[in-house]
Design a protein around this ligand. Structure first.
Ligand code: DX5
Ligand code: ZN
Length: 214
C-alpha cells in the first residue's frame, strides 16, 4: 500500500518540519484533514495553513474535506497547493459539480463515505474520480479504533472498479497502524492514511515501512 500520514496527529507547532520528517521516512502522500465544526464536531486547518506548509515537500497533498459545502472551497484549496481533493458524499454540495470544479483546477477528485454510507453510494461517480476514500472511523478525530467491519465495503468497491475496467484508487482512513494494516491491504486498499500510527510511532521510518509492506 501507499502511505499517507495524516497531519492531524503531528506537532502542530512544527507542522512544516513534521512534513519533512515523514517525507524522509518514506511517506508517499501527505494527508491533510480539513474540518469545519459543522460537518464534524471539530475544527482543524484551512487553506492558509495548507499554503504555509506547501513548500516543505514535493509529495502530493491529499486534502480531505470534512466540511458542509466543499464546492465553495475548491478554489481556495487549489490555490493553496492541493493535488488531490476528496469530499464527502454526505456533504451539502452537489457531487458532480464538485468533481467538475476540482478537475477544472487541474486536480484529482475523490469521494469519501462515512461508516454508515453503503458502498454503492460511490458507484455513480467511479468513472469520474481518481480516488474513493472509505472511512474506517467516524470522521472528526484522530486516534480512534479501526473499524474492521468496513472491509467488505472496500472489497465491494474495488471489485466494482475492476469489473468496469477502471483504475480508481481506494484509500482507507482511520485507526490504521502496523497492527491492522494487513487487514486493510487484504481487503483491497491501495492507500492507507495513518495519523497516530505514524506520528506517535517510536520509529517513524519503521512504521511507514511496515504499513507499505503490510
Ligand atoms: C479522521 C481523519 C483521519 C484521522 C487519521 O476524521 O479523517 O485522517 O485523523 O488519524 P488516525 O490514524 O489517528 O485515526
Ligand atoms: Zn482524513
Amino acid at each position: 500500500m501507499l502511505v499517507a500520514p495524516s497531519l492531524l496527529s503531528c506537532d502542530f507547532a512544527e507542522m512544516g518540519n513534521e512534513i519533512v520528517r515523514v517525507d524522509k521516512a518514506g511517506a508517499d502522500l501527505i494527508h491533510l484533514d480539513v474540518m469545519d465544526g459543522h460537518f464534524v464536531p471539530n475544527l482543524t486547518i484551512g487553506p492558509a495553513i495548507v499554503k504555509a506548509v506547501r513548500p516543505f515537500t514535493k509529495l502530493p497533498f491529499d486534502v480531505h474535506l470534512m466540511i458542509d459545502y466543499p464546492l465553495d472551497y475548491i478554489d481556495a484549496f487549489a490555490d493553496a497547493g492541493a493535488d488531490i481533493i476528496t469530499f464527502h458524499l454526505e456533504s451539502m454540495s452537489d457531487p458532480l459539480l464538485t468533481i467538475d470544479k476540482i478537475k477544472s483546477r487541474g486536480l484529482k477528485p475523490g469521494v469519501v463515505i462515512k461508516p454508515g454510507t453503503p458502498a454503492d453510494a460511490v458507484y455513480p461517480y467511479l468513472d469520474k474520480v481518481y480516488m474513493v476514500l472509505v472511512m474506517t472511523v467516524e470522521p472528526g478525530f484522530g486516534g480512534q479504533a479501526f473499524m474492521e467491519d468496513m472491509m467488505p465495503k472496500i472489497t465491494a468497491i474495488k471489485e466494482e472498479i475492476r469489473k468496469r475496467g477502471l483504475e480508481v484508487l481506494v484509500e482507507a482512513d482511520g485507526g490504521i497502524s502496523e497492527k491492522n494494516a494487513h487487514i486493510a491491504s487484504k481487503a483491497g486498499t491501495d492507500i492507507c492514511v495513518s495519523g497516530t500510527g505514524v506520528f506517535k510511532a517510536e520509529d517513524t521510518e519503521k512504521a511507514i515501512k511496515a504499513l507499505k509492506e503490510a
